[in-house]
Design a protein around this ligand. Structure first.
Ligand code: SF4
Length: 266
């Protein structure tokens, strides 16, 4: 109890897997959701008791910074190539290792589209996390394959129109591949969506653990500086403009995966 009679209680600590927070602060911009997405992945690993078995594979983008900040074995790949690196790690390690990529939308479905599609076609037993911030965040906020219609970027100052092409919906696309076991899309804009997304992450890991095929989770993330919005306004934009064009939910959960997943996530 404090001297004014208010009981303080810690309701959520940081995941043990976050490293050196005091001396090595997270370099992301204020209001960025990428550290929140990384946190959800770390919490899922800890809750699944998969910490010692996990290997993280990163490419190029803002999420690249996480490799030096989390207590996991990791591999750094060339831009867009994490699915190739993760496939190699998974095949070499064999056993129960949980191998996952963490990639921005540019790394995953722009320069890395070929690697992603071919890993899905090969039914690699890996998990891919795509952080979709609707632009090329690291290089100044240019139009990306995942930019929603109407969204202002540095290369579409009047907002994206159909003349610039239409956004790519990756979980829906990958759901059509026979070798893909699980796809879903979550968002980091509210506690409820965070918890739902963590559930998707756990199911994706569980699908990998029982070797059902490739699993994929997209996470919608705000990027306030490149959206030219305050962090609070970016939450509203994500809710009102991004989510209607990128619906949340699961798009594939192969027959029998749910039951196996529940067992594997206990
Ligand atoms: S540019 Fe965007 S995605 Fe990158 S760290 Fe800043 S807010 Fe996050």
């Amino acid at each position: 109890m404090t001297d004014i009679g208010v009981k303080k209680e810690l309701v959520a600590g940081r995941p043990d897997l976050w490293l050196r927070m005091e001396n090595n602060p997270i370099p992301s911009c204020p209001g960025c959701h990428e550290p929140t997405a990384m946190r959800a992945i770390l919490e899922a690993l800890e809750e699944l008791d998969a910490v010692g078995d996990a290997v993280m594979v990163v490419g190029v983008g803002c999420s690249f910074a996480f490799q030096s900040m989390v207590d996991l074995d990791y591999l750094v790949c060339a831009h867009g190539r994490p699915p190739d690196g993760a496939s190699a790690v998974k095949r070499v390690l064999k056993g129960d290792h949980v191998v996952f990529t963490i990639q921005g939308d540019g790394d995953c479905i722009a320069i890395g589209a070929g690697a992603l599609i071919n890993a899905a076609a090969r039914a690699e037993k890996i998990t891919i996390f795509m952080l979709n911030n609707a632009n090329y965040g690291t290089t100044g906020g240019q139009l990306a394959p995942t930019t929603p219609l109407g969204h202002v970027t540095s290369t579409t100052p009047g907002g994206r129109t159909p003349a610039h092409g239409y956004p790519v919906r990756v979980p829906e696309l990958l759901a059509t591949f026979q070798g893909v076991a699980y796809t879903a899309r979550g968002a980091m804009n509210s506690p409820a969506n965070y918890q739902k997304t963590k559930g998707y992450i756990k199911k994706a890991f569980a699908a990998q653990r029982v070797s059902l095929g490739l699993s994929f989770v997209e996470m919608l993330c705000a990027c306030p500086p490149n959206w030219h919005m305050t962090p609070l306004d970016s939450l509203k934009w994500l809710e009102q403009t991004v989510i209607p064009q990128f619906p949340l939910g699961e798009f594939k959960d192969v027959q029998g995966a749910s039951g196996k997943t529940q067992e594997a996530t206990r």
